[in-house]
Write a protein that binds this ligand. Structure first.
Ligand code: IPE
Ligand code: IPE
Ligand code: MG
Length: 258
């Protein structure tokens, strides 16, 4: 098989459905650079970043993934020009308006992680309503990271824990990983087995720092607006070729899976 052949592969067929990750998270990056290449504005790039969101959500439901987390807006993104922030907020609203019905029909549960108090009221209310209306759904859980950063999340957890210790609700000496997890915004969500970042940047940008401890990282040069279903399946296929050792030896892992 030559390289061209591999590039034309239908990766969906290669995925082992028995060994799917439970949770995939994506840093959707590269809208601005995509737009620049097309001679358009950054906002034009964000508008073209919506289609791949539909595609990865649809792919996730097709293969039966349990959790998909999309990093849509970081705490640090509040430092962007106001015109870009406003356009992104409008895009969030119009996308949810268009897609809410589909989320309900496809049994998708929506969750949001991040400091939603910073979001404009109309965006926040729309999100809260969508979370409520999809809360009983049992298929894919779609987690939007909005106004999210991991350091914010960890500091929030520390404040809540400190207050619970002070009020004798928990004992400081008994705080373990399980206790800590309950104070994170991802408390109902298992750690992602796979993280995908598009656009050729090799960094985490304040995303799920605690939860990514043993996550497999997958980086692709593809800019987010160009990311296809096949690219998504390719990342999953690549993940399935890896050996996850969790500090053990390769031999131990092989013996335990025999
Ligand atoms: C990702 O694309 C979308 C958001 C961060 C909201 P960017 O807007 O970061 O695109 P680049 O990185 O400038 O190309
Ligand atoms: C990370 O992308 C945040 C999102 C994808 C929402 P950025 O484009 O903001 O990240 P940096 O600034 O290049 O690290
Ligand atoms: Mg970027």
């Amino acid at each position: 098989m030559n390289a061209t052949h591999i590039n034309n592969m239908n990766y969906k067929e290669l995925i082992n459905i028995e060994k799917l990750p439970q949770h995939i998270s994506i840093i959707m990056d590269g809208n601005g650079r995509w737009a620049k290449k097309q001679g358009g504005t950054r906002i034009f790039g964000h508008q073209h970043g919506v289609k791949p969101v539909y595609d990865v959500v649809e792919s996730s439901t097709e293969i039966g993934l349990k959790f998909l987390t999309l990093y849509a807006f970081s705490t640090e993104n509040w430092n962007r020009p106001k015109i870009e922030i406003d356009a992104l907020m409008n895009l969030f609203i119009s996308t949810i308006n268009k897609e809410l019905k589909k989320l309900i029909e496809n049994n998708i549960r929506l969750l949001v992680i991040g400091n939603i108090n910073l979001l404009p009221k109309n965006v926040r209310n729309k999100l809260l309503l969508s979370i409520e209306l999809t809360s009983k759904n049992t298929g894919l859980t779609l987690v939007l990271a909005l106004s999210y950063s991991s350091r914010w999340e960890i500091l929030e957890a520390v404040k809540l824990i400190a207050s619970d210790v002070k009020n004798n609700i928990i004992d400081a000496y008994n705080i373990d990983e399980n206790t800590f997890k309950k104070y994170l915004s991802t408390k109902e969500i298992p750690d992602p087995e796979l993280l995908i970042r598009t656009s050729g940047e090799f960094r985490i940008s304040n995303f799920l720092l605690y939860q990514l401890a043993y996550t497999e990282l997958y980086f692709t040069e593809t800019l987010w607006p160009d990311f296809t279903k096949n690219d998504f399946y390719k990342a999953i296929y690549n993940y399935q070729t890896r050996e996850r050792r969790f500090g053990m030896t390769g031999e131990q892992i092989k013996n335990s899976t025999r």
